[in-house]
Design a protein around this ligand. Structure first.
Ligand code: URA
Length: 440
């Protein structure tokens, strides 16, 4: 890059950046030859001005080319990748990867860390002592062949440009942009050469896209990138107007996923994960969706999904006994405070982003780039929209390092919930699907 400020100036002024120059800028930033403050200014300009389809494609391509791609050629099982655009209590990946592996599919996936108010699969998995996510492309391939699934981080080897930009976006309020999210998500998916990409595009108060229409625009941008690459992809626009599961943290999410994988939990997190597993079986193997759902339910209830999780954890250096008694292995917070309802009524709405932020402020996420997270910190919140709650009812727990922080978080959670004296229907779990092949 001659002078990277010229790229920033083009975008600042609302002009298109030529493909070759955008590529050079992204590749140089991945090598740390462009300074953070210049890249941050570029991200803000792109956030405000937008990127057109050819800029988004050029940026995504440069991000993929900043590292190596994983061909997965030696794997005979049908290969699927799955990614969420980010939510609160969204542990679908923790459940989906082993579930799909137990159903005979291969899951190879690059995940992210916590971003803004949303949780990150890598931070959650790393709450398991010893577990590594910095796998090389060879390690990913070997592990997927051996145990059926692997969840890895961006690294100097794998999409390093996304690793660098993702952390900078998190630190500079430049996350919730359609082209920046599409490039980030799809660069990680295009670097893994699977047969199918499944996207969970979140919509609602806990998502970056606050309405189903905005989420559909993001889904369409991702499908466009997949199509441009000749890759098969399907995206579901799903509800994030409330936390999906109950755990909003890291170790807490692992414990919830273990319980769910062991058949001990019902609810929307299980329902959505089963739906994605059925979609993968339908798209890759032509299995009827209802039959696929049945097989997925069975794999959860007979323990085979949990076994696959133990194998994945062990393969990545973590303690597999987390699947027996999670709290013997997972770090625990020194303070656990109940969240109690101050009033009674029907839950009609939730500020899910605020619940996510309360968890970040407890230490479960980052305030500054590169900060460590507190794996034990977070929130458990049980009510869902449509539920009736009573004054004094225990609604969940705050896990924190001290009483004051925990009490403040409990207040924020209560304030994020709207109660009414009339019941409402729960929001639909799935708003719709988009695909590279067809729309439905
Ligand atoms: N997930 C990602 O990988 N990137 C984003 O930008 C948002 C969610």
């Amino acid at each position: 890059v001659n002078d990277p400020r010229d790229i920033v100036a083009l975008k600042r002024d609302g002009l298109a950046i030529p493909e070759a120059e955008l590529r050079e800028f992204v590749l140089a930033y991945a090598k740390r030859e462009v300074r953070d403050e210049v890249a941050a200014a570029f991200l803000m300009a792109a956030y405000i001005r937008g990127l057109d389809a050819s800029e988004t494609l050029a940026m995504t391509k440069a991000m993929v080319d900043s590292g190596r791609t994983v061909a997965l050629g030696g794997i005979s099982r049908p290969k699927v990748d799955k990614h969420s655009t980010g939510g609160v209590a969204d542990s679908v990946t923790l459940v989906f990867a082993p579930l799909a592996a137990s159903l005979g599919l291969a899951v190879a996936k690059l995940s992210g860390r916590g971003l803004g108010h949303t949780g990150g699969t890598l931070d959650k998995l790393e709450a398991i002592p010893g577990l590594r996510t910095d796998l090389t492309s060879e390690e990913v391939e070997a592990q997927v062949e051996r145990v059926g699934c692997a969840v890895a981080a961006q690294s100097p080897d794998l999409v390093p440009a996304d690793g660098a930009m993702y952390a900078l976006r998190d630190a500079t309020a430049t996350v919730s942009s359609v082209p920046l999210i599409a490039a980030s998500v799809m660069s990680k998916k295009l670097a893994m050469e699977t047969d199918l990409i499944l996207l969970d595009v979140k919509a609602g108060s806990g998502a970056f896209m606050k309405t189903p229409e905005q989420a559909r625009t993001l889904a369409a941008a991702c499908m466009e990138l997949a199509r441009g690459w000749g890759r098969r992809a399907r995206a579901a626009v799903t509800d994030m107007s409330q936390p999906l599961g109950e755990a909003v943290g890291n170790a807490l999410d692992v414990a919830e996923a273990v319980e769910l994988l062991g058949g001990g939990r019902r609810g929307r997190l299980r329902e959505l994960t089963v739906l994605f597993a059925a979609e993968a079986m339908a798209s890759l193997e032509g299995i009827d969706r209802a039959e696929g759902s049945k097989r997925a339910e069975r794999a959860i209830d007979d323990g085979s999904a949990l076994e696959a999780f133990a194998r994945m954890v062990e393969a990545q250096g973590g303690d597999p006994s987390v699947t027996g008694d999670p709290w013997k292995v997972l770090p625990k917070a020194p303070v656990v405070l109940p969240i109690e309802a101050g009033e009674s009524g029907f839950v009609t709405a939730m500020e899910a982003e605020e619940i996510g932020r309360a968890s970040v402020d407890l230490g479960a996420g980052r305030l500054r780039k590169g900060d460590p997270v507190d794996p034990a910190a977070g929130i458990v919140f049980e009510p869902k929209i449509g539920d009736e709650i009573e004054t004094g009812q225990k609604l969940g727990e705050v896990h924190g390092r001290d009483e004051d922080a925990a009490r403040a978080a409990a207040w924020r959670v209560i304030a994020a919930v709207t109660l009414s004296d009339r019941p409402v229907d729960p929001p639909p779990l799935v708003h719709g699907w988009l695909g590279t092949d067809e729309e439905r």
